[in-house]
Design a protein around this ligand. Structure first.
Ligand code: DAT
Ligand code: MG
Length: 149
């Protein structure tokens, strides 16, 4: 089992796409273990995107992710990180695979709707940034045996 952090960014919230994005992961079969609605502070954004500090788009990225409320989720499943990334699509919507969230619903890299962790290390780090341990729910679904082998 793997866990991954997933965020519907401020453009997704403003466009009324929280449910659409959540639903795609839910219907795919990943299991929700954390969920909150919040506004990311500049301090938290700087921690989250520290890896991009110094890049040309850094300031714009911090401005974008802090520009309004976001929906933050933790999802669980076998290979959850790669599965969520596939459902999201590539960073640039024009390069995202057809059927992915970014291909179907986004146009610009700077308004690409969603965030998802990209490795086990970043997933652990990012989940820790947004969810104290007691806000994550470990549970079994009635449908697990029909989705997880
Ligand atoms: P991803 O969100 O697919 O994990 P990333 O971690 O490389 O992509 O970058 C984080 C965000 O920064 C990305 O969602 C949008 C923005 N970004 C990345 N590369 C960019 C670029 N070349 N120009 C503008 N924004 C960029
Ligand atoms: Mg990333």
């Amino acid at each position: 089992m793997e866990r991954t952090l997933f965020i519907v960014k401020p453009d997704g919230v403003q466009r009324g796409l929280i449910g659409e994005c959540l639903s795609r992961l839910e219907r795919r079969g990943l299991r929700l273990v954390g969920l909150k609605f919040m506004q990311i502070t500049p301090e938290l954004a700087a921690k989250h995107y520290a890896v991009h500090l110094g890049k040309s788009f850094y300031e714009k990225l911090i401005g974008y992710i802090t520009s309004g409320p976001v929906a933050v989720m933790a999802w669980e499943g076998p290979n959850a990180i790669a599965l969520a990334r596939q459902t999201m699509g590539a960073t640039a919507p024009g390069q995202a695979a057809p059927g992915s969230i970014r291909a179907d619903l986004a146009v610009e890299i700077g308004r690409n709707l969603v965030h998802g962790s990209d490795s086990p290390e970043t997933a652990a780090f990012e989940i820790g940034l947004y969810f104290p341990e007691d806000e994550l729910v470990s549970w079994k679904r009635e449908t697990d045996k029909w989705i997880f082998e």
